[in-house]
Design a protein. Structure first.
Lengths: 565, 319
């Protein structure tokens, strides 16, 4: 059921240039890489310039890299992702819990113990009942549009509709104020990552929290609280005095306050960050546009540039049920013919993207490096593709329709695909779809065409959140489908079921990595790019790095000001 | 306004005393007047040059060795976000007007093919709107009564419509299909009333002129009168209206492509090039300037020519 929601993250990161982030691993091709060194000073106001507002302040509802990054400033969960570059950032570490969960023998019951001295913004202690309430309220169908994992793995009775309609949930036990026990409906070795998802945010069980009140007035458990919020224009966070740094190994939370400005044009943000004048010296922003890359090459701007991988894969899904596309040789020919260099250049060149050869990006734990169809310079091999097509019974070429988004970057990518496949005698016709309905169209079986360019970001960087939603036969849905290849291969399905039962997380991660290659042999997609974010920050910013868990965005809980004067 | 004959209408009426119509003398006079005006000559030269460029686009493509869809990865710098290598947006002996950032497509050839698209759409839309406008305008003006009522109300309705918004909505909702044809249809639906209204007014004044009365008295059928007596006297007006309509449609097509509802990529189109170039203005201004200049010159040349034609016809008739 991990469908739909995840690609919202990429949609936002990609189309609005909201956030960006990098894993640090996999090598940043450009001159900019890594983070800005230096410990941030305590105090001051950090400004964030942003094109679009956050989707939701309610953690049950928001679900993309940008907003998940933001949630860590005001909310805490039992576990969370680390604060650091590369693999450090994708590691699951305890947050409200004293340590990672203790599972029973078959991983179906998980127990966590809460830290002492953790408080909400009004000073009331956070108890296990508040965590339980937070999960229960998030299951209300009217707001459960965020991370779906609670719904998927918790043992929830049929027809349960959240705390307000159906009352408390029996499968979450709170033997005392510090202990919480989760009963799952299946063995789940990765449950530590699940309780780090935003819907596991605690809210005071006895306060006046209604279904929708959190989205208007959040109740902070993290280092900051929302003091001012005007939707689409500004958001101000001030320090939450009841947050005790001693209880928190993840968050630096150096600035006294954060101030977001929304609704700025992307080009305006680039101009302001490049100029870095006045208050903008204390500002950070999302990834720059390709057109700005040439302007940030001066040593002065390079010294305040942060870059990294988004942790997502941009790919062209091939619908394996369509005539012609159902032939694995045709799909392999398309893979072989693809000029990935051209697609990369169309996306903004080496600084904004690396070439993808595997389904999973380098930030995913256990991912294996391989390249089944690549050519040496990654510009495609039309001759070999023609041979494969002839073998498949299409000696005179092949023609298919590609669904694309009505958006400059996606169109440029599509044109590069079209041009490179044309050399191999493959004709690509475009079906241009409005950005707002794009995912709806390609996620509806009756409406999708032969292929579509889209992307996928993992909810946490393991194969478990990457391969099944895209390639498991049981995840093909009439609507809201994410398996756009409609791949339903018995061997693959069986292998996924096997890996799920593995109790050792490392073993499972390695198995997902190997499965990646097994799937690519069937060529249900053409991995195109691992896109990167390149962010210019103000010259008074310290501790800024691209976080691999949040679509490459600057980790909000670590960034601060060099000087808080 | 329709009931008050324009100056042009009055002149045409006066000329209408010669029932043969289409006398060669005024035509020669118009040509002479155009020939003596440097502005008119310049605009004709520009129009001919751009038309030639559009028609000969495949030949130019063969000469330069670039086709409008061909990428040139060697002409752009992948490490600088795909910026063209070299000064002025990559202008070189190989790429006369430079290349597009991000893919290295040759701008000269894309501008030439873009002219083809622009002119094809604008001229087709002009032909369609002029034909519909003249026919319906004449019917409304000559026959009056119910026909006039119906046609005039339809015209009022279409002219009162927020055209651009409706075009955007219509084009986004319609399936991609054959975009240029679709654009011609949409432009024509909203364009014909402007021609029809003027034609209607002029026909109304011509209807009562002596030579029409004479034809009617001699037993000519209404259709024959309309097409043999009235239409030739509208010739000047139609030419001016058509010439002035072309730049309007070029501009609208570019605008719609700029907004992303015009011709679909990768078909080259000036509006689309300008739209893509906006983001690059700071580092590659040539990418914006070249299609922008061509769009400006074409629209400007057609407008100037139209104005001169109008003037020439006016004075020519008056003489």
């Amino acid at each position: 059921m991990k469908k739909g929601t995840v690609f919202i993250g990429l949609a936002l990161a990609g189309s609005l240039a909201l956030t960006g982030c990098t894993g640090g691993s996999g090598g940043s091709g450009g001159s900019a890489s890594g983070g800005l060194s230096g410990e941030p000073a305590t105090g001051g106001t950090l400004r964030v310039l942003q094109n679009a507002d956050f989707s939701h302040l309610d953690p049950a509802q928001g679900f993309d890299g940008g907003v998940n990054n933001f949630y860590r400033l005001i909310y805490r969960t039992l576990t969370t992702q680390g604060a650091g570059e590369g693999a450090e950032g994708t590691e699951i570490v305890p947050d409200l819990a004293t340590e990672l969960g203790t599972p029973n023998e078959d991983n179906t019951v998980w127990t966590y113990t809460l830290k002492d001295d953790v408080f909400f913004e009004d000073g009331t202690p956070i108890t296990s009942k508040d965590v339980k309430f937070g999960v229960e309220r998030s299951l209300d169908p009217s707001i459960s549009i965020g991370s779906p994992y609670a719904k998927i793995v918790l043992d929830i009775p049929e027809g349960y509709e959240g705390y307000y309609l159906s009352g408390p949930l029996d499968s979450i036990e709170t033997p005392d104020d510090r202990t919480i026990v989760f009963h799952l409906n299946q063995p789940y070795a990765d449950f530590d990552a699940v309780v780090g998802q935003a819907p596991f945010t605690p809210f005071p069980a006895d306060a006046d929290v209604t279904t929708t009140s959190i989205d208007q007035q959040p109740i902070a458990s993290g280092p900051y609280r929302v003091t001012e919020y005007q939707r689409g224009s500004t958001l101000v966070l001030e320090r939450n005095e009841h947050w005790d740094p001693e209880t928190d190994e993840v968050r630096t939370a150096a600035p006294d306050s954060f101030e977001w400005t929304f609704g700025l044009d992307a080009a305006t943000i680039d101009e302001r960050m490049i100029a870095g004048q006045g208050e903008d010296a204390n500002a950070i922003a999302g990834s720059v546009a390709p057109a700005s890359i040439a302007r940030i090459q001066t040593p002065e701007i390079q010294s305040r540039t942060v870059a990294g991988l988004q942790g997502c894969t941009t790919y062209m899904g091939l619908n394996t049920t369509k005539p012609g596309m159902d032939n694995v040789l045709v799909r392999q020919a398309i893979n072989v013919a693809m000029d990935k260099e051209a697609v990369k250049d169309a996306t903004g060149g080496s600084q904004l993207a690396d070439i993808a050869t595997t389904i999973m990006p380098p930030t995913v734990v256990g991912r294996e490096e391989f390249d089944l169809y690549g050519t040496e310079d990654q510009t495609g091999d039309p001759e070999k593709a023609k041979e494969l097509l002839a073998e498949a019974g299409y000696p005179d070429g092949f023609e298919f329709t590609l669904d694309i988004r009505n958006q400059p970057k996606m169109q440029a990518q599509a044109e590069a695909v079209q041009q490179s496949l044309a050399k191999a005698g493959i004709t690509v016709n475009f079906n241009l779809i409005d950005t707002s309905t794009y995912y709806e169209v390609i996620g509806t079986l009756s409406q999708q065409h032969d292929a579509a360019i889209t992307g996928w970001c993992p909810d946490w960087p393991t194969g478990a959140t990457f391969l099944p939603p895209l390639f498991e036969g049981s995840q093909i849905f009439e609507k809201g489908n994410s398996n756009i290849a409609q791949l339903n291969d018995p061997a693959i399905n069986e292998r996924m079921a096997e890996i799920r039962l593995m109790t050792d997380v490392d073993e499972a991660n390695a198995a997902w990595g190997a499965l990646d290659e097994q799937i690519m042999e069937l060529a249900p997609q053409v991995p195109l790019l691992y896109e990167k974010t390149v962010m210019v920050v103000g010259d008074n910013i310290a501790g800024a790095f691209s976080h691999a868990g949040f679509s490459g965005g600057i980790d909000y809980v670590s960034v601060g000001l060099k000087s808080a004067e | 306004m329709t009931t008050v004959p324009s100056e042009l209408a009055v002149e045409t009426e006066a000329k209408g005393a010669l029932p043969s119509g289409g006398a060669p003398t005024p035509a020669r006079r118009v040509l002479h007047s155009l020939r003596t005006s440097p502005g008119a000559i310049a605009s004709i030269v520009i129009i001919v040059a751009i038309a030639l460029m559009a028609i000969l686009a495949p030949v130019l493509s063969a000469i330069t060795g670039w086709d409008p869809y061909e990428f040139d990865p060697t002409a752009i710098d992948s490490d600088l976000g795909g910026l063209p290598i070299g000064p002025l947006g990559g202008v070189s002996a190989e790429h006369w007007f430079g290349v597009e950032p991000g893919n290295g497509r040759d701008i000269f050839i894309r501008v030439a093919y873009g002219a083809q698209v622009s002119l094809l759409i604008a001229v087709s839309a002009t032909l369609v709107t002029t034909t519909i406008g003249v026919v319906l305008g004449m019917i409304a003006g000559y026959f009056g009564g119910i026909a006039d009522q119906v046609i005039s109300r339809v015209m009022d309705f279409l002219m009162a419509f927020p055209t651009l918004i409706f075009m955007i909505a219509l084009l986004s909702a319609l399936p991609a299909g054959n975009r240029p044809a679709l654009l011609v249809i949409v432009l024509s639906i909203f364009g014909w009333p402007y021609t029809a209204r003027i034609i209607r007014g002029q026909t109304m004044s011509l209807r009562n002129s002596e030579f029409v009365e004479a034809a009617r008295a001699s037993g000519a059928k209404p259709l024959r009168i309309a097409f043999r007596e009235v239409l030739p006297n509208l010739r000047g007006t139609i030419i001016v209206l058509a010439t002035l309509a072309v730049p309007g449609y070029i501009g609208t097509e570019a605008g719609l492509s700029f907004l992303g509802v015009g011709v679909t990529p990768p078909t080259p189109s000036w509006g689309q090039m300008i739209s893509t170039a906006v983001g690059w203005y700071a580092v590659d201004p040539m990418y914006f300037l070249i299609p922008g200049t061509f769009l400006f010159l074409t629209v400007f040349a057609f407008t100037v020519l139209g104005d001169h034609l109008r003037k020439a016809l006016d004075t020519g008739d008056a003489a």
